[in-house]
Design a protein around this ligand. Structure first.
Ligand code: SAH
Length: 250
């Protein structure tokens, strides 16, 4: 894998990027570059917008570094695997963690679902998106995962594409090798579903097990907390069916 440059600061910007373009920075970003990193005119940083790849840019301004000159492309745009992370939202810091980790693991979309035992009813989509952007900035990720609107579990199930594989991580499943279970599956679009801290209700489990293309996955003989289960399940799926086995298509 070509290594990204992790010494230069990397910023997500929501503007078209091309050689010679000039873009203005938001106040928070200008403050971060000028006051936190103490960078001034002429300093070089990296920027990406989720569409045009990654670019080297030079700070071009007087007192506050609020404008950038886009210089040259450093990496072409890539794409994420067709992997959706579907999850019952957790509270505050653990939700932040879960979103960041799902992005690092390569999820292309984040779909909150509300289940019977979900303890969180109001979900801050902006905060989730800020965590997506921060994880992408820090980890050299060029594509921004989509943050979907929360849906009740049954609405999510009726609306989903039945051709996608549904990896249902079920704490009630018989323990069996998850690698063997996933290895036999067709790849293609994949949804990985993790339940709330309270687990799935029996009625939900029954409905889930009737879904087309559902794979009931055990993550071993111990109950994992939902954020740990997220990382474990995404690791297994990425390693057996996802882009850890084959490079992502440009
Ligand atoms: N409180 C519940 C556990 C919920 S853990 C109980 O005691 O049974 C939160 C979610 O993580 C679960 O709904 C499931 O999706 C996932 N999970 C945790 N441990 C798991 C395991 N051993 N196998 C499969 N999924 C697991």
């Amino acid at each position: 894998m070509p290594l990204a440059d992790f010494r230069s600061p990397r910023l997500f910007v929501d503007a078209p990027l091309s050689a010679g373009a000039q873009i203005s920075l938001e106040r928070g970003q200008a403050n971060y570059l000028g006051n936190v990193l103490r960078l001034g005119s002429g300093s070089s940083i990296l920027v990406f917008n989720g569409r045009d790849g990654e670019w080297r840019a030079a700070i071009a301004s007087g007192k506050r570094p609020d404008r950038l000159d886009i210089v040259a492309r450093t990496r072409p745009q890539d794409s994420l695997p067709d992997l959706a992370y579907v999850f019952a939202p957790l509270k505050h810091a653990r939700l932040d963690y879960m979103v960041q980790k799902a992005v690092e693991m390569g999820a292309a979309s984040l779909q909150p679902v509300l289940t019977q035992h979900t303890q969180v009813s109001r979900i801050n989509g902006e905060r989730m998106r800020a965590n997506v952007v921060e994880a992408a900035e820090q980890c050299g990720i060029l594509s921004i995962a989509a943050v979907e609107q929360p849906l009740a579990l049954d609405r999510y199930l009726t609306g989903r594409d039945p051709l996608r594989l549904l990896v249902f991580c079920d704490e009630g499943a018989e323990v069996a090798s998850p690698i063997a279970a996933l290895g036999g599956m067709h790849s293609g679009g994949i949804d990985v579903l993790i339940g709330p801290e309270g687990g799935f209700a029996e009625t939900e489990r029954a409905v889930l097990l009737k879904q087309p293309k559902v794979l009931r996955l055990s993550l071993g003989p111990r109950i994992l907390r939902a954020d740990t289960a997220a990382v474990a399940a995404l690791t297994l799926v990425q390693a057996t069916l996802g882009d850890w086995c084959a490079p992502p298509k440009p």
